[in-house]
Design a protein around this ligand. Structure first.
Ligand SMILES: Cc1cc2nc3c(=O)[nH]c(=O)nc-3n(C[C@H](O)[C@H](O)[C@H](O)COP(=O)(O)OP(=O)(O)OC[C@H]3O[C@@H](n4cnc5c(N)ncnc54)[C@H](O)[C@@H]3O)c2cc1C
Length: 392
């Protein structure tokens, strides 16, 4: 996939390409393409790579200079993500803070919070986890039960969070908690920044299908944080959370899309090796998989084009997640089918190859970031204008 972003960003692109050629070497080059938004593989190498990027000034390309960013525009951000994915560099370990928390603070955080937290994110000195989901609050996030009470100049937080990606590495959590005990649903929630290094925070890893301790459950028992650690207004945490979830995914989908393209190419290679291209039924499914990744690319480019033109992205931006996650799973199933029994054999200590790993991790893609059923509800109600589902 080659894209020409025009003369305005040519120097920037050349500088980045040169930098990647010089720095994506040795151990970093050996880990090309390793990791993902929910894949903690080679964590330490990826952290070291993030620090390398930080030293080169490549983290926070679009963030303002006063917080350690490069202060460039959306087009440069897109070029960065595209060139980064094209070089197949390791997936950034600090992705959560870079893609979600940082933009949230930039959008709704106070000045003190921006000054305090954004530079250490870009310097890879502090890692973050997202504490939204609870055992009884996932799709129905408004059912959050974790409580926070004011005690002098502090908030005291108790409750349980779950599925916190890379929670065991987190120095800080951004937690959605109920600060008005009499409130229900969306009302009375507050977004709090909470340090994990204290007795009231216990983080237990959960093993995922790929055999990794990738996410965690978090137990908060009278955990404390300063009164000033509220993002947005007290009682307006729902609005703050929606600001995070609504952060445009156009640029962050680029690396994922290029990964899927590579997987589709690898599928065709495998099909050739197995002589599967002679089978008309299989050939049809392989063509279908190839078309899917092309549709993802076109869809994504449409969204990016709208964003750079200053327009609100169209309906395709809303359907993209459902399409990409379901099609990626379908592609993975086909790869596994073509691999035959060999696809089910794992190495020592549950060692998975790239294809197996990608297939297993793809199964979570229709859950996190809003499950497929929730995506369909959103498409039905917000795009097609169908009647709303009954709410409790
Ligand atoms: C790999 C991974 C990483 C994650 N990382 C994080 C993280 O870092 N931080 C965090 O806070 N959370 C994280 N999550 C949690 C994620 O946000 C939730 O799993 C997700 O929102 C679904 O919630 P749930 O698991 O409680 O399932 P539920 O909401 O209980 O859903 C169960 C099933 O019911 C369906 N369903 C629910 N409501 C409806 C409805 N109204 N209409 C139709 N069907 C419905 C769902 O689609 C699903 O099939 C992660 C999850 C995964 C899998």
């Amino acid at each position: 996939m080659e894209l020409d972003f025009g003369p305005a960003v040519r120097d920037f692109r050349e500088e980045l390409r040169d930098w990647l050629a010089d720095h994506l070497v040795g151990e970093f080059a050996e880990h090309r393409g390793v990791g993902g938004p929910t894949d903690g593989a080679a964590w330490e190498v990826r952290l070291a790579w993030d620090r390398e990027l930080s030293a080169g000034g490549w983290l926070g390309v679009g963030w303002p200079r006063e917080y350690g960013g490069r202060g460039l525009g959306l087009l440069e951000e897109i070029v960065f993500e595209y060139e980064y994915a094209r070089a197949n560099a390791p997936y950034r370990a600090t992705g959560n803070a870079l893609d979600l928390l940082g933009p949230m603070l930039l959008k709704v955080g106070g000045e003190e919070q921006k000054k305090r937290f954004l530079p250490p994110i870009l310097a890879v000195e502090e890692l973050w986890g997202q504490g939204f989901s609870e055992p009884g609050a996932g799709s129905d996030l408004a059912s959050v039960r974790t409580r926070a009470e004011r005690d002098g100049e502090a908030w005291v937080v108790s409750g349980q969070k779950v599925w916190t990606s890379f929670g065991m590495h987190a120095d800080w959590l951004y937690v959605l908690a109920r600060t008005d005990p009499d409130s229900v649903r969306h009302m009375g929630l507050t977004m709090l920044l909470l340090p994990t290094d204290q007795p009231g925070v216990e983080i237990r890893p959960i093993r995922n299908l790929a055999g990794q301790d990738e996410f965690a459950e978090v137990f908060l028992s009278d955990a404390r944080t300063d009164a000033g650690m509220v993002v947005g207004e007290v009682g307006q945490g729902w609005r703050t959370a929606m600001a995070t979830l609504g952060i445009e995914r156009g640029t962050t989908l680029l690396p994922q899309q290029l990964t899927f393209e590579r997987e589709a190419e690898s599928l065709i290679e495998l099909a050739r090796e197995r002589g599967a291209l002679d089978d008309p039924m299989l050939r049809r499914r392989i063509v279908d998989a190839w078309i899917s990744v092309r549709v993802m690319r076109t869809t994504n480019l449409r969204t990016l084009a709208e964003l750079t033109a200053g327009r609100t992205p169209g309906a395709q931006a809303t359907t993209a997640k459902l399409y990409a996650s379901t099609r990626h799973q379908r592609l993975g199933h086909l790869v596994q089918e073509l691999a035959g029994p060999a696809g089910q054999i794992v190495g020592a200590d549950y060692g998975l190859d790239t294809r197996q790993r990608s297939f297993l991790l793809s199964l979570a893609e229709t859950i996190y970031g809003g499950s497929s059923e929730i995506q369909r509800n959103i498409i039905g109600e917000q795009i097609l204008g169908l009647p709303k589902e009954p709410r409790p």
